[in-house]
Design a protein around this ligand. Structure first.
Ligand code: TIU
Length: 224
């Protein structure tokens, strides 16, 4: 066990029971021409998360931590796309429609895939999720339980949407979550701040918040 410097109070990290979960670091959210941009967002605000997440991912791989990636998206036939989600925003070009990186948020299309900087390596599961939360309609919970995982170190985008939804789902299922403040990003600076404050308020109502430096410092050196 290692003590991880976190808010609202130190977190007791048990590396063999912990998993790095990287949420939706997909081209559709982080690059121009994708779904994030179609919603009217400036994607450059998210790109600051890439370098610290890369450093944390390297350290997690080095120390033998379980790493799981998620992607938000839908089947090519859109059978898993709720009509309400398709209609939301009244977008001229929305989910399933052609865009500069292929059909928007559709599995198998270039825009749906994970950015090259954080691409999974063999052995790291990728969870394809149709919703904002990573537990809804996926096998993530089974994967975590099969591996004896009880602690999630959470990175990804966006802080107030898929990260917050996933952390709330995980918290209700009994997992302890540490959200890595410099490895989660929002298109809205005020939502970034509030998204993190909502997690750690009230004695850590949904979990803990820590820096990537603090997480890296608490990881075991490989083999220990
Ligand atoms: N729009 C927005 O902020 N986010 C999403 O739609 N998905 C995720 O956060 N992954």
């Amino acid at each position: 066990m290692a003590v991880l410097d976190a808010e609202p109070y130190p977190f007791d990290l048990i590396a063999r029971q912990a998993c790095l979960v990287i949420i939706d670091m997909q081209r559709d959210f982080l690059e121009r021409g994708g779904f994030g941009a179609a919603l009217g967002n400036e994607v450059s605000l998210l790109r600051g998360t890439i370098a610290p997440t890369r450093r944390l991912l390297d350290a997690a791989r080095e120390s033998g931590l379980t790493v799981i990636h998620t992607r938000e998206g839908h089947r090519p036939d859109l059978a898993d796309l709720p009509p309400a989600k398709k209609a939301r925003g009244r977008l001229p070009s929305g989910i399933g429609d052609p865009g500069p990186m292929g059909r928007i948020l559709v599995r198998g299309e270039p825009g749906h895939d994970i950015i090259p900087e954080l691409y999974p390596v063999p052995g790291e599961p990728v969870v394809d999720k149709p919703g904002k939360g990573a537990f809804h309609a996926t096998d993530l919970d089974a994967m975590l339980r099969n591996r004896g995982i009880t602690q999630l170190i959470v990175c990804g985008v966006t802080t107030e949407v898929c990260v917050n939804t996933t952390v709330r789902e995980a918290n209700d299922r009994g997992y302890e979550c540490v959200v890595v403040e410099d490895c989660v990003g929002s298109y809205f600076p005020e939502f970034q701040e509030m998204g993190l404050r909502m997690i750690k308020a009230q004695g850590g109502i949904f979990g803990w918040v820590a820096s990537s430096q603090a997480v890296i410092a608490a990881l075991p050196t490989s083999g220990s």
